[in-house]
Write a protein that binds this ligand. Structure first.
Ligand SMILES: C[S@@+](CC[C@H](N)C(=O)[O-])C[C@H]1O[C@@H](n2cnc3c(N)ncnc32)[C@H](O)[C@@H]1O
Length: 255
């Protein structure tokens, strides 16, 4: 069975942006992944997990705007990027896209910086000292850089916080998985909550990591919200098992 193409976050302002806006902002994250991640922010709010969100690699704002629109009053979104690629005007396009899609200045913090050169204390100072409830890691795609970003992300998330990793299992970046496996060995309190399957080669797969103590609660809520998108086989991390959420839930034909 192929799951329906339109998957929602369950937050009306986010879903309106996903339906009319998301594709107009240049970016690389899939609409499917944005719907699931914002759905997870909704689930967090329902479970009482509050606080800011952050993105490493905000680029032109496609995914960032969806995250920011998921927040409650008083919560803010921090967009981190070196803002040099493909040219220096990318920061202006980021700000203009946020304005165009109604993420007001008081809701967002733009930080032109190298994530590999910042400390957790510096990042937290940008969001008023509050721990982060979701951080999307989509910056430099090397094993060393991801290792540093993962340590930064782990140090800034609060109780119930999640880390979303972009371009996992991507044929162009096979070494990123080495960094993730080494990270999971080092951080026995963290685990993979779910895998969000890719839409295309550039709108690629994301992993969502959470604290082990939150795994069952979040898994149950994701199953409830996205049952039609659960690929029946799931993913095994030998022995840990987690959900695979996909737009294509078929199994291989056996006859
Ligand atoms: C693939 S783009 C991000 C796409 C965006 N997250 C989306 O979903 O549309 C990667 C971004 O990471 C930024 N970047 C690369 N290395 C970085 C670093 N060390 N610190 C901060 N940003 C970085 C690049 O400037 C680029 O804008």
């Amino acid at each position: 069975m192929t799951a329906p193409a339109t998957v929602c976050s369950g937050i009306p302002v986010v879903d309106a942006y996903l339906d009319d806006g998301y594709d107009k902002v240049i970016g690389m994250s899939s609409r499917f992944a944005a719907a699931i991640c914002c759905g997870l922010l909704r689930i967090q709010s329902e479970l009482g997990v509050k606080g800011p969100v952050a993105e490493v690699g905000a680029f032109e704002g496609r995914f960032f705007i969806a995250l920011a629109k998921s927040l409650h009053d008083g919560e803010r979104a921090l967009g981190i990027d070196v803002f040099e690629w493909p040219n220096a005007q990318v920061i202006d396009r980021f700000e203009a896209n946020c304005e165009r899609h109604h993420v007001p200045a008081e809701k967002r913090i733009t930080w032109k910086a190298d994530s590999n050169k910042m400390t957790a204390v510096e990042l937290l100072a940008k969001v008023g000292g509050q721990k982060v409830r979701l951080i999307h890691v989509d910056g430099e795609h090397s094993q060393i850089a991801l290792t540093k970003d993962l340590e930064l992300a782990t140090a800034v998330i609060g109780e119930g916080g999640v880390i979303v990793l972009d371009d996992m299992l991507h044929p162009g970046y096979p070494t990123l998985m080495v960094a993730v496996h080494a990270y999971l060995e080092r951080h026995s309190d963290m685990t993979v909550l779910c895998i969000i399957d890719r839409e295309s080669i550039f709108a690629a797969t994301k992993f969502v990591l959470c604290q082990k103590t939150w795994f069952k609660k979040y898994e149950a809520a994701l199953l409830d919200a996205y049952r039609d998108n659960v690929w029946p086989m799931g993913a095994t991390f030998e022995p840990h098992w987690c959900l695979v959420l996909s737009l294509d839930t078929r199994l291989p034909p056996l006859e």
